[in-house]
Design a binder for this molecule. Structure first.
Ligand code: ADP
Ligand code: MG
Length: 155
């Protein structure tokens, strides 16, 4: 388990942008944490690396938004309003896993059907400073096991 401290929105996005350098088609990332914890800002940082959107909003009315260029497709899911795992299966959710990079806000809702390998990032706020977020990073399976997640931090 890695504990990453991001002292501003900019730092969270910078961290995500650096981490995005290792991502490839088929990778899955699950983001959890309360509303306003920084999950969507993190996704913006990831997209920055690929030269995609600078500003996005969570896909409120659709469950998934796709961002793509010639090199990669990124599927950004927000499962906050998902009623249950069956709803995800009914929209063919599992078919997205190997089509590009899949990022799930509130992905813990579909934990039972996630692939064997994924990255789990939990965001928490600090009581004493509203600009600080703690990212707890956990790897599931072998795919991300050898990666040093502290290496994406900048001074
Ligand atoms: N260190 C930080 N990292 C990310 N966001 C931060 C940070 N500090 C303050 N914020 C603010 O918190 C909010 C996070 O919003 P958002 O990313 O949409 O959260 P979520 O998707 O988890 O609901 C933004 O308004 C952002 O400016
Ligand atoms: Mg969000």
């Amino acid at each position: 388990m890695y504990e990453i401290i991001c002292k501003s929105e900019y730092k969270t996005k910078e961290y995500a942008r650096n981490l995005a350098g290792i991502l490839k088609k088929g990778d899955v990332i699950v983001l959890s944490g309360e509303l306003g914890a920084g999950k969507t800002k993190f996704v913006e940082g990831l997209l920055n690396h690929f030269g995609l959107q600078d500003e996005i909003s969570s896909p409120t009315f659709t469950i998934v938004n796709e961002y793509k260029n010639e090199k990669i497709s990124i599927f950004h899911f927000d499962l906050y309003r998902l009623s249950d795992i069956y709803e995800f299966e009914n929209i063919g959710g599992e078919e997205y896993f190997n089509k590009g990079i899949c990022i799930f806000e509130w992905g813990e809702l579909i934990e039972d059907i996630l692939p064997n390998d994924y990255l789990k990032i939990s965001f928490s706020k600090q009581n004493d400073d509203e600009n600080i977020r703690i990212l707890n990073i956990e790897t599931v399976g072998d795919r991300f096991k050898e990666i040093d997640f502290y290496s994406f931090l900048e001074e």
